[in-house]
Design a protein around this ligand. Sequence first.
Ligand SMILES: *Cc1c(COP(=O)(O)O)cnc(C)c1O
Length: 345
Amino acid sequence: MKELKTLVRPNIWSLKPYSSARDEYKGVTAEVFLDANENPYNRPINRYPDPLQEELKAAISPIKGVPAENIFLGNGSDEAIDLVYRVFCNPGKDNVVAIDPTYGMYEVCADINDVEYRKVTLDEHFQFRASDLLAVCDGFTKVIFLCSPNNPSGNLLLRSEVETVLQQFEGIVVVDEAYSDFAEQRPFRCDLQQYPNIVVLNTFSKAFGAAAIRLGMAFASTEIIELFNKVKYPYNVNKLTQDCALEELRDVTKIHQRIVMIKEARASLMQAFAELPICTKVFPTDANFFLARVTDANAIYDYLVCHGIIVRNRHRVTLCGNCLRITIGTKEENTRLLSALRQYR
Ligand SMILES: *Cc1c(COP(=O)(O)O)cnc(C)c1O
C-alpha cells in the first residue's frame, strides 16, 4: 500500500474538522448541560446523540469480532461508500475500478463526486481475475470496489483473487460484505490486521433485518476510520437509530435464527424455481436472493406486478439478459411467487 497521505485528497488530509459541543465535552459526571443550545424540556429526544456512537460500537464489536476503534457507523453503508469518494478521490482527476455487474451505488456515487468509474466485466460465472482489474488501474486509481457475495449475481467472489487484489493494489480496496452472513466463507472483516488498505462494508439492512433504521458499518484501520470521522456529518446516526440497534443486538440468537430460516427457504425456493417451465437457469448464490434466467424477463416481471408480486428485473444489466433477481421471502411469500409463476402462460 502507498503511504496513506498520498492516497487521501490534500484538502481532506489537512482538514480541521467541525468540533461539536458533544465532541468537546466527553465526561460523564456532569449533570447540567448548557453547552449545545438544546432545549431542556422534551426528554429523551431533546439532546444531541453521541457523535461517535460509542455504546453502539461497543455492542457491535464482539458480535462482528472487530475492535470498536476499527468501526465507522453511518446512515446506511451508502454513507460509507460516499465517504470513500469524498476522502480519497479528487474530482475530475482520480478514478476507481470495479467489477461489472455489481451494486449500483458505487457508480452513482462516482458520478455525483465527478470521479471516473472504470468497469471490468465478470466472466460467465460472475467471477473475475485480479490481473484484469489491476491492468486497468493507473497512477490515478485510488479505489477498487469488490462486492462479495456480489449483487445482483449472488455469488461469493473467488477468495484467492480478492486476496491478490488486496496484496498487489497499492490503493484502497473496498470489500462490500453486505450479504456475508448468508455465506459460508470466512468474512474479510476478520483479516483487517493483515490488510492496511481494506475497507469492509457491512449493514443492518439485510441479515440483521433492520433496513428501516438506516445503519451501515465500515471496518478499516484506525487511520482510515479517523478520516471518515473527520469528514462525516457530526451527528450522522440519530438517537432513534442508535437505541433501536442496541435493542436489536440484545438478542443475537434471534438474528441467527432468522438467517438460518432464510437459508433453508432459499434452498427450497431455488429448487422449485428451477423446475418452473419459465426458468432456464438458476445461478448459484451465497446471499438472501438469487438470480434466475427466464424465458422473457420483461413479460414475466409485468405479469408478477399484476399479481401484486414485485421482483427485480435485471434484464438490462451486464451479463443479466432475461434475468430476474429474487429476494428470499417468508414461506408464504415464496409459495405465492411459485404458484403465480406456475400459472403463467
Ligand atoms: C443492500 C446493499 C447494501 C446496503 O446498503 P444500506 O445503505 O446499508 O442499506 C450495501 N451493499 C450492497 C451490495 C447491497 O446490496
